[in-house]
Design a protein around this ligand. Sequence first.
Ligand code: PMV
Length: 327
Amino acid sequence: MNVHSATALAHPNIAFIKYWGNRDDALRLPASGSISMNLDGLQTRTTVTFVPDLTTDTLTLDGLPAAGPALERVSAFLDLVRRMAGLERRAAVVSENNFPMGTGIASSASAFAALALAATRAAGLALSESELSRLARRGSGSACRSVPGGFVEWLPGTGDADSYAVSIAPPAHWDLADCIAVISREHKATGSARGSALAATSPLQAARLADAPRRLDLCRAALRGRDFEALAAVAELDSDMMHAVMMTSSPALFYWQPATLAVMQAVREARAGGLPVFYTVDAGPNVHVICEAARAEQTAEWLTRLPGVQAVMRARVGGPARLAGVS
Ligand code: PMV
């Protein structure tokens, strides 16, 4: 087989039980497990071509040539793939997102899941799902969860070999939707990789980690039993606990804007009033409002009318990272 170029697609994911903090930063071994769902409709499409006479890796992101830290991160990741494949060649990487980057809609998750699949195939490797998830983890922790489909759990593992994500239910298991209330489209000040390296400086992180197995159990059971109320309770608690850690780390990280909190409060009030919705917020100001897909239109319309909400993006439960072509 003489494959040099491959294109892969991957969805971002939204975590109900979040990843924030590593026990090993270099290998991105997480301090605790996490659970997410993939977001259908939002995607990264990445083509990797290993080119014989290229002297450095190149990266084109959403149509523009990228340099600096973004290229360095991709290049370091490609080094892992080159080492696995015994390859010297540099690569041209072309990546496109159909959603804004750096706003708490995890572009790094779909980016490194798509890159892991495209780069390994272009290098002539055919990895299993767990091997691919392990590799994607090295690019961005949450990327390991964008490799399998549907509802996904990242098993923290004991080391590099067993720290990967597995699907706990396919997309058809529960027709949920994520209505993303976009509060700001600006690039976030502190990216999640740098931010989460500060987690251990918060005195609250130890308590958050000690309670993680309980929250993971509650979330897994709520997903399996399609228990919306139970999922709402544990996901909001988990998101609030992560932000409490962020706000109390040194230096402190505040990802919320006033409109973020206003939407969170409106969601709690709406749920108390009978609308089955809950919120979860990543490392950015946007609020992910989860509901059953049958209610997505009503929920999105309601969110659009809230002050400070610039737009609402909608996604249902997405499938695994997949190959779109090899040549
Ligand atoms: O994998 P990273 O560096 O993009 O970190 C993701 C961190 C959160 O999105 C805030 C939580 C999560 O589990 O997705």
